[in-house]
Structure formats: C-alpha cells, structure tokens
Ligand binder design. Structure first.
Ligand code: FE
Ligand code: FE
Ligand code: ZN
Length: 290
C-alpha cells in the first residue's frame, strides 16, 4: 500500500480525533499536522487534544511510523540577530519535539531557516550552533527532518549540499534526516522530472537513507524561480506524470508522502489527488468536480 497522505488541520472541539477521521476520509495511509498554529507559540495542553481517541480511529489504518509533525514555520535558527528571540525559539523547538513524541510521530519537519542577508555559510553555522544548544542532552525518539527549501529570501537548505553540510556539521547526525519537497526542489532549480538524476545527487551528498519524508506538491512557478507557491497535482509546472513517479518509486516505498497542495474553491483536494496518484490515472479537469 502506497504511504500517502496530506497536511491536515488539528483544531477543536475534537482535535486529534477529528484529524484522524479526516485523514481516513481522504483514504490516507500517512498524515502530517502542526501541533498548534504555525505562526505563533501559543499551545493547547496535550491532554485536551484527544490523542487517545485519535489513536483508536487510526489503529490498523495509519501506522505510527507514518505520522509526521511539522514544526512551526516561525522558528528560525539561522540568524542570531536577536538572542532573546533565538533562545525562545530553541526552547520552542525542544517543546515541539516533545509534543510530536506525544503524538507518537517519529519525525518533526523543520525548515532550516533564513540567514536574513548573512549568506548561506553563516546561516548554516548559526543553525548548527542552535542545534547543538538545543539537542545536546536530547534523549527523545522523535528526529528532526530538515526540509529542502526553494531559496526564497535568505532560506538555507536550498541544495542537497547545504542539507548535507548541516547533517555532517552536527555532532549527533543520527538525530537529523531529510524531507524532500518537490515544489521547493523545482523552485530551487532541480529538474524533479529526472528522478534517477535526483537520487544520484542525493547519494553523492547526504545519502538516500536519510530521506524520511516527501512533500509531494506541484508548483505554480517554473524551475529555479525561488518562489515556493504550491499547486494542485497536475495543474502546475511539474505535472502528474512526474509526481506519480515520485509517489510510486520503490526506493521511497517506506517514506511517507505528504500532499501540501492548496484547497480549491474552499474544498480539500486530497481525496482525489491521493486516488489519482495511487491508481496512476490522471482525471483531466478533476478540480472542477470536487
Ligand atoms: Fe514545510
Ligand atoms: Fe513542504
Ligand atoms: Zn512550501
């Protein structure tokens, strides 16, 4: 069974129980969510989030190993301009790792951050300092999966070399893995239609076994645009045939594939996108029939 799912909301009144039901309603065998609003650090206590009830819904349908939590995107550890803020963000990352573990998620997806004009090399150094500070005594089971980025603004992690520099520069590389985002790779300049070429680039840098999650998105923009705007499967510049190859690749069979495509006319596209990727058959004009 192809491990595929989507990014899902986690909101009241039923929280994780509702998230779990939504995942199953889309036919998902993998899932991703934030443990709270990605743009702030207010967090509801976990005992209010009906985790046990959600677990019961997911039992036998979505494995614990296919649960992914996304860290809030306000966390930026690549710039040390505001040390008070940085300390707060390091604490926030640590608490998000612990929250992810409470949802039994083996990985927490993290954006490597933005150097805000200092250059990638300085940004990577800063991130490494923060990871050392934050994870020195970390004993949890949830690992970080660094996401490949489009390179907009001062984003670091826009190439496999940069991701490898982060992993190899860290004293505990076993705590780090990688999330490949097809939209971000395309926008960063990679030819994602050449999957064998991508895989050999990965082998040359951090190695294919480090791939812990794939974000399967089409892109609104051409290759190397450095934009990062996701599009529905088949409606962007990457196209269905390529995304279907990524979804069904045997080397990624055990890797959860997660859609982060936009809603269309307020309707979630995931049920249809997942069905098409599973069957390998594209339905022309599917979005109008949601
Ligand atoms: Fe992301
Ligand atoms: Fe992503
Ligand atoms: Zn994105």
């Amino acid at each position: 069974m192809m491990l595929i799912g989507s990014h899902l909301p986690l909101s009241g009144p039923l929280y994780f129980e509702e998230t779990a039901k939504l995942a199953l309603s889309f036919g998902e065998t993998a899932m991703m969510f934030y443990t709270g609003a990605p743009q702030n650090s207010r967090r509801l206590p976990l005992d209010k989030m009906r985790i046990g009830e959600g677990d019961a819904v997911l039992e036998g349908k979505i494995a614990l190993s296919s649960r992914v939590v996304h860290a809030p995107y306000i966390i930026n550890l690549a710039n040390r301009g505001d040390l008070d803020k940085l300390k707060a963000m390091e604490g926030f990352l640590r608490s998000e790792l612990e929250r992810a573990a409470r949802f039994s998620a083996p990985i927490l997806v993290l954006h490597p951050g933005s150097h805000l004009g200092l250059g990638s090399e300085a940004g990577i150094k800063n991130l490494l300092l923060s990871l050392e500070e934050t994870l020195a005594d970390y004993r949890g089971r949830t690992r970080i999966a660094l996401e490949t980025m489009a390179g907009k603004g001062g984003e670091i992690g826009r190439s496999f070399e940069e991701i490898a520099a982060i992993i190899n520069g860290f004293s505990r590389p076993e705590l780090l893995s990688v999330t490949l985002d097809t939209c971000h790779l395309n926008d960063a300049g990679y030819d994602v239609s050449d999957l064998p070429g991508i895989k050999s680039e990965i082998e040359r840098t951090f190695g294919i076994r480090k791939v812990a999650c794939i974000h399967l998105n089409d892109s609104k923009n051409p290759r190397a645009s450095h934009k990062d705007r996701h599009e529905n499967i088949g409606y962007g510049t990457i196209g269905f045939a390529t995304l279907e190859k990524w979804a069904s690749d045997p080397d990624f069979a055990d890797v959860p594939k997660i859609l982060e495509t936009p809603y269309y006319k307020e309707k979630p596209p995931y049920g249809t996108e997942i069905a098409m990727l599973r069957s390998g058959v594209y339905v022309e004009g599917w979005r109008e029939r949601l």
